[in-house]
Design a protein around this ligand. Structure first.
Ligand SMILES: [Zn+2]
Length: 354
């Protein structure tokens, strides 16, 4: 529960119309009223937002007084909501694209000092889906001529941010990469996929030329029922990810090992370096190497082809070669050599590195 004193130090933001003179007579506009004010949480923080209404300064300019308002203020958040569009979209992205759980999202928001409760996050996810749905008809309409001529090639995929929880199903037009239907389902039953996803696509009135999806049995059954005779291909990305899963898993294990080893060695080294005199040229160079190492440790992978462990391994080898060259020239103490050796690389299953 937020108390009145929590609002004491919230900074204020005032929004005015962009025009400063009357479009009818050219006289300057004058402030008349505050149209609305509310406390708003955006990605930048929490603010007290005021939308100020202006009107013509000449009393008899128009028979009825026209009030001008800031378009920018109206675009900050949905009507009646105390959360900005930017925040809603970010939460939706974390949830469905980055597969974050509610707790993870709460932690991400807390790290930004944004006071959003778990219950609010849950509601904002629903708002995000409503926004996603609301935006689609206009986009589909804009492509009507194209779809009429060439038909649709649709891709159908389900995302499950939390095991056993609701799934977000998205049907996209694969050629133009346009979302046609997005729906949360509590079960992936074939009849539900048919009714909630494929029937709305059919209702758009375009010819469906082909379907792409993973090899999920329910999706296959739903497509057979709703689009009989329509060519249905297994998605190549899904197949490659499945085939590459053992390698990706082994690579991730290697990355974790390497990270743990290097971090443990980096810590005492950074401590020593931070205590050395600032003008020491050696310390400057070594600090750079430490920074390079830390950077390398941040490598992230993407199934099936981007292997973070291998990337990290290569980067460490490069840094080690560079350090050796430095040592040859003289000046770098040899104790550092041990800090970049890679004992864990040998733990990688034989042959995986090739
Ligand atoms: Zn006027």
């Amino acid at each position: 529960m937020r108390k009145a004193k929590d609002n004491e130090n919230v900074s204020k933001r005032y929004y005015r119309p962009t025009i400063t003179t009357c479009p009818y007579c050219g006289a300057p506009l004058r402030r008349r009223c505050t149209l609305w004010s509310k406390y708003l949480i955006t990605l930048e923080g929490r603010f007290h937002v005021f939308s100020l209404g202006y009107s013509c300064s000449r009393a008899r300019c128009r028979p009825v007084r026209v009030i001008y308002r800031s378009a920018e203020a109206e675009q900050l958040s949905p009507k009646g909501s105390s959360f900005g569009y930017d925040l809603i979209v970010q939460i939706g992205r974390w949830r469905f694209w980055d597969h974050r759980t509610l707790d993870e999202i709460a932690a991400l928001l807390a790290a930004r000092h944004l006071p959003v409760s778990r219950r609010h996050i849950h509601n904002l996810i629903s708002e995000f889906l409503a926004l996603l749905r609301a935006a689609q008809p206009a986009k589909i309409e804009a492509q009507r001529a194209y779809f009429k001529r060439y038909g649709l090639v649709i891709s159908l995929d389900g995302m499950e941010p939390e095991q056993g929880n609701e799934m977000l199903f998205v049907v996209r037009e694969a050629i133009l990469d346009l979302t046609l239907v997005a729906e949360t389902l509590y079960s992936s039953r074939a009849d539900l996929i048919s009714r909630k996803l494929l029937e709305p696509v059919k209702a758009l009135g375009f010819r469906v030329r082909a379907v792409v999806s993973d090899a999920d049995k329910n999706i296959r059954r739903a497509v057979e029922a709703s689009l009989p005779g329509c060519p249905h291909q297994a998605c190549q990305v899904h197949c490659l990810c499945e085939a590459g899963a053992p390698i990706f898993k082994a690579d991730r294990a290697m990355k974790t090992d390497l990270r743990r080893d290097i971090r443990a060695k980096l810590r005492p080294l950074s401590r020593v370096l931070s205590q050395s005199p600032q003008a020491d040229p050696q310390a400057v160079v070594l600090t750079d190497y430490c920074e390079g190492l830390r950077d390398a440790l941040r490598a992230e992978g993407l199934s099936p082809f981007e292997l973070a462990g291998l990337k990290l391994h290569d980067e460490l080898e490069r840094l080690e070669a560079s350090l050796r060259r430095c040592q040859k020239k003289g000046g770098i103490p040899s104790c550092l050599h041990c800090s970049t050796s890679r004992p864990s690389a040998s733990r990688m299953p034989s042959g995986t590195l090739n």
